[in-house]
Ligand binder design. Sequence first.
Ligand SMILES: *[C@@H]1O[C@H](CO)[C@@H](O)[C@H](O)[C@H]1NC(C)=O
Ligand SMILES: *[C@@H]1O[C@H](CO)[C@@H](O)[C@H](O)[C@H]1NC(C)=O
Ligand SMILES: *[C@@H]1O[C@H](CO)[C@@H](O)[C@H](O)[C@H]1NC(C)=O
Length: 201
Amino acid sequence: RMQGLLLFAWHCTRALPTPLLLLLYSWLLSARAGGCPLPCDCGQDNSSVSCARRGLANVPVSLPTQTASLDLSGNAIAGIRQSDFSQLPQLVELDLEDNLLSSVEPGTFALLPRLRALQLGGNCLTVLCPDSLQGLNLTSLSITSCNLSSVPYPALGHLVYLQRLDLSYNPIRALGGEQFHPLPRLQDLPLPGQPGEARPG
Ligand SMILES: *[C@@H]1O[C@H](CO)[C@@H](O)[C@H](O)[C@H]1NC(C)=O
Ligand SMILES: *[C@@H]1O[C@H](CO)[C@@H](O)[C@H](O)[C@H]1NC(C)=O
Ligand SMILES: *[C@@H]1O[C@H](CO)[C@@H](O)[C@H](O)[C@H]1NC(C)=O
């Protein structure tokens, strides 16, 4: 039935402008009542959900509330909002690598108290505003290949449990070691790659 619906949608919407089409398809794909949202793979018990490389323009709606690990990498997601994650109180790991995010609004992750690992690499985040990571208690954060020109200390200061911070492949020139004092548990800070250098792999 879903295939029929999609085929129908394809035939009847070809004339629409592409952004509208993408929206319509992502809505159709995520609107399957109950169960795992169609473009995703929710595994055996819904705890590890992969929606990687599915051409998504938005975070799918009605993800399982048990989701502990969510992979949204390699899509075309250009914006995220607090409501995208409001049904996921169990989330521990969130991978948003290689999308089209250009900013992270304050409070986006504020409803994710259990989140420990966040990957934002490969987006167009030229800056990370001070309140972007508000409400989070991360142990691992990756913001590689994001065109950051400085270490976003004001956004990181409250992450006192942070152990791993990866800022490689950003055009960062100075680290400013003094400023790591508010991050007492930091163990590992890979050296940033050179500006313009390609990321391996
Ligand atoms: C997985 O999540 C879906 C959607 O929330 C739900 O309908 C389904 O019963 C869940 N399956 C398991 C095994 O918990
Ligand atoms: C923050 O995370 C650390 C590491 O998982 C944990 O030990 C600590 O209790 C958490 N703090 C809060 C307020 O949740
Ligand atoms: C990278 O950031 C600089 C400013 O820091 C900006 O001028 C440039 O356009 C950005 N490049 C991309 C690809 O976003």
